[in-house]
Write a protein that binds this ligand. Structure first.
Ligand code: MGD
Ligand code: MGD
Ligand code: SF4
Ligand code: MO
Length: 729
């Protein structure tokens, strides 16, 4: 069902307290002595099945969630949810959920769990944390975290005295893009990305497999752009869902995208196809850029990328012709090779040349309004030793670098790390080189996991603390920058099941046991939210009733014609040539780097998303598992014939380090190049507590035993592993 705005107003009226008990109809049923059917309630909240964070309306009957729908007034959902969003019910009622705190009674990672009370489990953790602080210093506790829960545990960790946290969202996801866009435009493109797809006349997808990557409103706008006839150019070694909609599918040789980007930049400059006025007014470094790219001809790019020069020219001209209404998708998962920032810089430079930043159909601007930060407490954090979570990467982001934490734990340099919290992050699936992760955890005195499900990382913990799902808890407000600034609320739609607790409660109670109660000066999280709403001048009950409110006056999506617009770079201009990179000894204009290609008989392992799953976290979800029980290995049809593999055969993948995957079915297809094998990320769980996901499909991470590092940002290159395929016997 698609709820219209009018329907929603009706729904809001029902949830707003006008529940129909006592109406004549109900009375007459009562008079007959029959129990009235319970009336549904419609409660708005925010999805956490992925990080797009759509507005959800939960239909609840008799304390049970029966349906989840998209909130029509929320710009990320626009009345619709993706399959995973609907699948939130599967998470809530998954029988394999963590139900009580657990303590491992075996050796590290043995998962010999005994049930514990909250008091016992938190007491155990606090005692170990006190010992770590006494012996090594508070900085020796680290946090690997992802999602909303991060807020509370980063706060707790800093109150305790450690700055050492890291999230996969930087080095393993969109960090390189953020750095590249900040260096060029002075700001990242945001999360959700500020893409004006609905007005694009040409769209370039470099990887970005929209449709399989199912970020809700982005996919809706993408479909709108395609429906309105935008020319779609897809660079992907695999014929992705998006490639199926494209006018140009360029099956690029993996690891060579920078070549085509540089050739397009060169072509657009040399043929005068760039936006001359925009470039003159808003950019710096144009002549230096022109010199630096002049040898990157389409013929040279053809040799690198396997894409005919004539097609590179034709598509480059499409971009020039449609400027400025062109969206070169800035990507999201950009942790590909060792030159991620430079590849993303080329995307940013091309966007600038086409005059597409701050223009219709390109990347729209941040809303004008800013909300003052409201912290969980006014207390200052204690002083601490210098952080080690950024490694030695000059442009590492504030979200930290996961592999810097892992390396320091192993080497004890610059100082030892002796405790890890893992909250909302599956360390065995998110981070490459599982052997390294396992080596690191053996050095720890304490490993605590806060999760909802016994996924692989949780099984390694000494103490497991079960969090309530997003449908059972309050969380901090979400500030949405979707054209206008808005705020989305998360609130419980049902009471927490089992002996689970919200993340804020767990952090606060542990804080109390550590003598840090002054950092949690509120009793319930709703009390804090109400205070925050008051400071921000928001009507809390309206927000709670509708799920989302916005500030329409904050919308200023485009640079006005002739406007004296200042970018947030040191020069106030778009930096085609990056002074900051130069100062740090890096190329100020991207230079092409050649990456190793697979030797004869080997294939590059590439990976991506399935429309109905989120990373590893939904593989056991009963509703979504039904839609896709395991992943498959895409193998080129000619290759499969040569090595005697038929569609549907079980195969195993073996990587350059001799690591053998779990068995996985072959998908024999013309829709992938012959030099790579593709699997959907997140499968092949080794947790026996997951009745559905256990050993279903192959785990890409297991095969990613090698990774490259981008020296600029610390962003990881995960597509540098080669595999062989053999039939499972
Ligand atoms: N359904 C669903 N949607 C999601 C998520 C999810 O888990 N499930 N996760 C969300 C998150 S956090 C992220 S970061 C994004 C990730 O999604 P994207 O940002 O779209 O990820 P990419 O790595 O860009 O895209 C994967 C595609 O890259 C192709 N590819 C592999 N190697 C190369 C190469 O060398 N060059 C080119 N041009 N293409 C290549 C693969 O064939 C695949 O089609 O998805 C988001 N959306
Ligand atoms: N090989 C490979 N590695 C990758 C990627 C890839 O495509 N291939 N993708 C990368 C990208 S783009 C990203 S963003 C990261 C994602 O990395 P992660 O976010 O770590 O992804 P998941 O594997 O889904 O693990 C999430 C864990 O958090 C738990 N969880 C989910 N929601 C909640 C919650 O509300 N509360 C609590 N307490 N726990 C929760 C889940 O049960 C699960 O155990 O992985 C990165 N790593
Ligand atoms: S895109 Fe889907 S899973 Fe992600 S927040 Fe929206 S509905 Fe939930
Ligand atoms: Mo990501």
């Amino acid at each position: 069902m698609n709820i219209t705005r009018r329907d929603f107003l009706k729904i809001a009226a029902v949830t707003g307290g006008a529940v129909a008990v006592g109406t004549p109809a109900v009375k007459s049923v009562l008079a007959l002595g029959k129990k009235p059917a319970p009336l549904p309630q419609y409660i708005p909240t925010t999805c956490e099945m992925c990080f797009w964070r759509c507005g959800v309306i939960a239909k609840v009957i008799d304390g049970k969630v029966v349906k989840l729908e998209g909130n029509p007034i929320h710009p990320n959902s626009r009345g619709k949810l993706c399959a995973r969003g609907h699948g939130g019910i599967g998470l809530l009622y998954d029988p394999d959920r963590l139900k009580t705190p657990l303590i491992n009674t075996g050796s590290r990672g043995e998962a010999k769990f005994k049930k514990a009370s909250w008091d016992e489990a938190l007491g155990y953790v606090a005692e170990k944390m006190v010992k770590i602080k006494e012996k090594y210093g508070a900085e020796s506790m680290a946090l690997l975290t992802h999602g909303t829960i991060s807020t509370y545990f980063m706060h707790l960790l800093q109150a305790y005295g450690s700055p050492n946290f890291a999230m996969p969202s930087f080095a393993l996801c969109r960090g390189a893009r953020g750095v590249a866009f900040e260096l060029t435009f002075g700001e990242d493109v945001g999360n959700p990305e500020r893409l004006d797809l609905q007005n694009s006349k040409a769209v370039v997808l470099i990887g970005s497999h929209l449709g399989e990557n199912a970020h809700n409103s982005q996919c809706q706008e993408f479909a709108e752009a395609v429906g309105k006839g935008a020319t779609l150019i897809v660079l992907d070694p695999r014929f992705s869902t998006a490639a199926g909609k494209a006018k140009y599918w360029l099956p690029i040789r993996p690891a060579t995208d920078l070549a085509i980007l540089l050739a397009w930049i060169n072509l657009i400059i040399s043929e005068g196809l760039y936006d001359k006025e925009y470039v003159a007014k808003y950019t710096s470094g144009f002549s230096e850029l022109m010199q630096a790219v002049k040898d990157y001809t389409p013929e040279w790019a053809e040799r690198e990328t396997d894409i005919p020069a004539s097609l590179i020219v034709e598509t480059g001209r499409v971009l020039g012709k449609n400027k400025p209404h062109v969206l070169i998708h800035p990507g999201r998962h950009t942790a590909w090779y060792s030159d991620n920032v430079q590849r993303q810089r080329a995307v940013a430079i091309l966007t600038a040349l086409l005059g597409a930043y701050g223009r219709p159909g390109g990347i729209y601007l941040n809303p004008k309004k800013k909300l003052e930060p409201v912290f969980l407490s006014d207390e200052d954090y204690p002083d601490h030793k210098p952080e080690l979570n950024k490694g030695n990467y000059p442009f590492a982001g504030d979200e930290g670098i996961t592999h810097a934490i892992v390396k320091s734990t192993i080497t004890e340099q610059p100082y030892p790390i002796k405790g890890w919290f893992i909250t909302g992050c599956n360390i065995m699936k998110a981070m490459p080189n599982q052997k390294e992760t396992l080596q690191a955890i053996q050095k720890l005195d304490l490993l605590v996991a806060v999760d909802m499900m016994p996924y692989d990382g949780v099984m390694l913990a000494d103490v497991v603390l079960p969090e309530s799902t997003y449908l059972e808890r309050h969380d901090d407000f979400f500030v949405v920058k979707e054209r206008a600034l808005g705020i989305s609320i998360r609130q419980p739609v049902v009471q927490p099941m089992y002996d689970t607790k919200p993340g804020w409660w767990i952090a606060k109670e542990l804080g109390k046991k550590l003598g840090l109660e002054k950092y949690f000066p509120w009793n319930t999280f709703e009390e804090f939210l109400k205070k925050k709403a008051e400071i921000w001048g928001i009507n809390y009950s309206e927000l709670s009733k509708n799920g989302y409110i916005n500030f329409p006056e904050s919308e200023k999506p485009y640079i006005l014609p002739g406007e004296d617009f200042k970018f947030k770079t040191p020069s106030g201009k778009i930096e085609l040539v990056s002074k900051e990179l130069k100062e740090h000894g890096f190329d100020p204009v991207p230079k092409y780097t050649k990456h190793e290609q697979p030797p004869e008989g080997w294939f590059r392992l590439i990976y991506g998303r399935a429309q109905v799953h989120t990373f590893s976290r939904t593989t056991n979800n009963p509703s979504l598992w039904e839609l896709m029980e395991e992943n498959v290995a895409w193998i080129n049809a000619r290759v499969a014939k040569r090595i005697g593999i038929k569609n549907g055969d079980y195969v195993v993948l073996i990587n350059q380090d001799g690591i053998k995957s779990n068995k996985v079915r072959a998908k024999v297809t013309e829709r992938i190049r012959s030099d790579c094998i593709y699997i959907v990320h997140g499968f092949g769980s080794t947790s026996k507590l997951l009745k559905k996901a256990y050993l279903r499909g192959a785990d890409d991470q297991q095969l990613i035993s090698k990774y490259a590092i981008d020296p600029i940002s610390g962003s990881v290159g995960m597509r540098v592993n080669f595999v062989k395929v053999s039939k499972e016997v």
